[in-house]
Design a protein around this ligand. Sequence first.
Ligand code: B4P
Length: 206
Amino acid sequence: METENEISNQSFSKMINIILFGAPGSGKGTQSSLIEQKYNFHHISTGELLREEIAKDSEVGKFAHGFISKGKLVPDDLIIQLLAKKFDELNVVHSNGIILDGFPRTVGQAEALEVLFEERGTHTDLLLDLRVDEEELINRLLLRGQTSGRNDDNMDIIHKRISIYNNQTRPVVDFYEKLGRHVEIDGIGSVEEIFEKISNAIDGVK
Ligand code: B4P
């Protein structure tokens, strides 16, 4: 049987790139951390990248804060530039793969992502679509809001974020479905149960 250490040090013959997709509060951040540990992929969360810029009070952070605090998506150009910079910093071409958490959130971002990947001789292998009903999303985010210190985890903004997800982000699924790279995952259940389903899907593309 593999020990935990052996699992985290495994390397693959090719780079594997996974998009962890889902509504706000669907568990993208939670599951991405587990995937990162098990498969030794780089975990890139665009939400985290933006919150780091806000914490630094950089020009990008000040600009992004105006959108995030209202529950809006930041403009595509800005987020694509941040991601390209991160790819280069991490030298991703020499890694096992990437787990993208919270990106792409528009079809324009999906198209730009595939160009970034193509320039690096790779592509998205799988979009894992975490499905959670709206009532559960709201409960989770309100609960998170009690400790997260995030000013976008309140009822008004949560409704706004879910509506933007349904209108602007959900079409990304069609983009990857047409490429035959979309897998739906039931996101209700324990964190461990959901992670097992995700692991099975990733093991299927190795
Ligand atoms: P994100 O940081 O991506 O945040 P999120 O979608 O709200 O949360 P996530 O799905 O990761 O939930 P988590 O695991 O924490 O985005 C924040 C903002 O940044 C966006 O609204 C947008 O403004 C901006 N942004 C980010 N990327 C962008 C992009 N590409 N383009 C434009 N703008 C962008 O889980 C939530 C809670 O549920 C946690 O408290 C967790 O403990 C709990 N939970 C998880 N799994 C559970 C389970 N199985 N059962 C019960 N509870 C569970």
